[in-house]
Design a binder for this molecule. Structure first.
Ligand SMILES: [Cu+2]
Length: 384
């Protein structure tokens, strides 16, 4: 379950997944109704401190990319500009453990018309061990819930702004006027954004309220998957990943606008699905020689992704509507898929032997900042 977005009809569940993830050696699982929520066990302060200090080599202290190395840019948008860069926080050993997000892609929604409740919620989220952001969210999670529909479906998103400031939403899968539907929603107000899924792909949605940079940097983004005509073929494992950056303010505060707005982006963390290194700590299980499909969105707000899975080759890639097809006559394959902010892709590969396959953005200055995870084929043990 990716978040508390509340579909209004049975069977139109958001963020549901297949049960393969159950095999992962996680320490804690609680259930709320029918939707499992995976979390780490509540760590004692000492354990949390140990975990924070045990971060892998290369894990940045936010101080390393903090105030001294970032020059705030002049304000070019509305609001927030020109502020000095916040003092970089240090890891808080008492910060709550992060909530693991199931990387399993949600199931295709049933039916052709979808009513989805998506409350806008401002809340504290642990984005890396020891670091808490007062995030602004769609549905209470960062990223917001992943929505997966058929080509041609009608999607109605019912938003209620439970926060303290204006927010809005912009679905890249839609074709609509900015000043009709991407409007500010005041605190306490509701708004329904309606679109038809006219084109297949992996699409971004995000808050567009000024400064949009800050609203995206503070967590307001998510993924829409529109399946192509005829649907996607079943595979053994589907993974949905959103790459994004965190530009930390003080502990427990929103992202730092001046830091996010710097011309030379220097994020504290670059993450898959909102949390640094969560899939390094909790590898994603796939079957040996099974087919694996990855839905990837680069939410930015600023940096590109170069997605690569060490030891595999993508035999099928659809990036922004351009396809490399499995079994093509020339025998072509792909090693890394480049996505600029707001671009999406679907990649497929098959791990050819048991063992561990590291997924990264191949911009290696960002790998040590959290954009790294492990895909485990079989029991993870390499062949002798
Ligand atoms: Cu917003």
């Amino acid at each position: 379950m990716n978040g508390p977005a509340r579909p209004r009809h049975a069977g139109r569940r958001i963020g549901g997944g297949i049960a393969l993830f159950a095999a992962i050696a996680l320490a804690g699982c609680s259930t709320a109704g029918a939707t499992p929520t995976w979390t780490f066990p509540p760590a004692s302060a000492g354990a949390a401190a140990a975990a924070a200090s045990a971060a892998p080599a290369g894990t940045p202290s936010p101080g390393a990319s903090g105030a001294s190395s970032v020059s705030p840019s002049p304000a070019t948008g509305t609001g927030g500009g020109g502020a000095s860069v916040a003092a970089a926080p240090v890891a808080d050993p008492n910060a709550p453990a992060y909530v693991l997000r199931d990387a399993t892609a949600p199931a295709l929604m049933t039916g052709t018309v979808h009513d989805i409740d998506m409350p806008i919620i401002e809340k504290d989220i642990t984005v890396a061990k020891g670091f808490v952001v007062h995030a602004w969210t769609f549905g209470g999670t960062v990223p917001g819930p992943t929505i997966r529909v058929h080509l041609g479906d009608t999607v109605r998103i019912h938003l209620t702004n439970e926060g303290k400031m204006n927010h809005s939403i912009d679905f890249h899968a839609s074709q609509t006027a900015w000043n009709r539907q991407m409007v500010d929603i005041a605190p306490g107000a509701t708004f329904t954004y309606t679109f038809t899924a006219d084109y297949a792909g992996v699409w971004m949605y995000h808050c567009g309220t000024a400064p949009a940079l800050l609203h995206i940097a503070n967590g307001m983004f998510g993924m829409v998957i529109v399946e192509p005509k005829g649907g996607l073929k079943p595979v053994d494992k589907e993974i949905a990943l959103v790459q994004s950056e965190w530009y930390l303010g003080a502990q427990g505060q929103p992202a730092d606008y001046a830091k996010a707005n710097a011309a030379a982006a220097a994020p504290d963390f670059v993450v898959f699905n909102g949390v640094a290194f969560q899939y390094k700590d909790n590898p994603i299980d796939v079957p040996v020689k099974g087919r694996v499909r990855v839905f990837l969105l680069d939410a930015g707000p600023n940096l590109d992704s170069s997605f690569h899975v060490v030891g595999t080759i993508f035999d099928s890639v659809v990036k922004e509507g351009v396809a490399l097809l499995r079994g093509n006559a020339g025998g072509w394959g792909s090693q890394a898929v480049d996505l600029s902010p707001a671009q999406g892709a679907i990649m497929e590969f098959s791990p050819q032997e048991p063992g561990l396959y590291v997924m990264v953005t191949h911009a290696f200055n960002l790998v040590g900042r959290g954009a790294m995870g492990i895909i485990q084929a079989g029991d993870g043990k390499p062949l002798p």
